[in-house]
Design a protein around this ligand. Sequence first.
Ligand SMILES: CC(C)(COP(=O)(O)OP(=O)(O)OC[C@H]1O[C@@H](n2cnc3c(N)ncnc32)[C@H](O)[C@@H]1OP(=O)(O)O)[C@@H](O)C(=O)NCCC(=O)NCCS
Length: 189
Amino acid sequence: MRRLSDLREQVSKLEDAEIGARFTVEPLGTKHNRAAFACGDQALDEYFKTQASQDIRKNVAAVFVLLDNAQDKIVAGYFALSAWAVLPSELPKEVLKKLPRYERLPATLLGRLAVSKNYQKQGLGGLLLMKALQQSLAQSREIGSTFVVIHSKNERGRTFYEKRGFLRLVDQPNSLFLPMATIEQLDLK
Ligand SMILES: CC(C)(COP(=O)(O)OP(=O)(O)OC[C@H]1O[C@@H](n2cnc3c(N)ncnc32)[C@H](O)[C@@H]1OP(=O)(O)O)[C@@H](O)C(=O)NCCC(=O)NCCS
């Protein structure tokens, strides 16, 4: 199963002692410097600078930051998670037939994920994604969630997720999902 093995490769980065010691993931708070963040996508930068804290306050999203401990805890990346629901009509038939016939299926939305330009292409996007999946899985054990869903902002983003095993929702090429059952098999610690 190639897709799962691709994801497993990313998981090994989570276990890399050097990366693990250098980078920390924690909830976004007032002590974090948001102003300097730049990932190359204006909407994602603006969201982080102006909207993310409000979304946390209003319980719209839980936002987490990746901090570089070697660089004065500069924000190297972030992701946002929210509750979501998927309609059966959005799912491919082969996925749907294994599920109960409910009006909506519970899901976790990975609303945003971005890595600062200076930190891109070093495996941190993959690491952040694995952290987001790890948290989604942990939450799903408290409140059921069948999938992690993402709405990619562009083709580059879509490629990033598809390479890591995400599948397309029906008739929404930039919206992807990953079954929680697949995440479960990754054995994320
Ligand atoms: C998309 C995004 C999150 C990826 O972050 P990243 O930190 O560059 O991600 P990674 O380093 O894990 O992977 C990116 C590529 O770098 C490669 N890479 C990883 N480590 C590497 C290394 N040490 N040397 C060279 N390349 C490396 C990976 O193989 C990967 O290539 P692939 O996607 O073709 O497989 C980041 O580019 C970003 O925030 N972009 C702007 C926002 C955006 O477009 N988001 C899309 C989602 S909406």
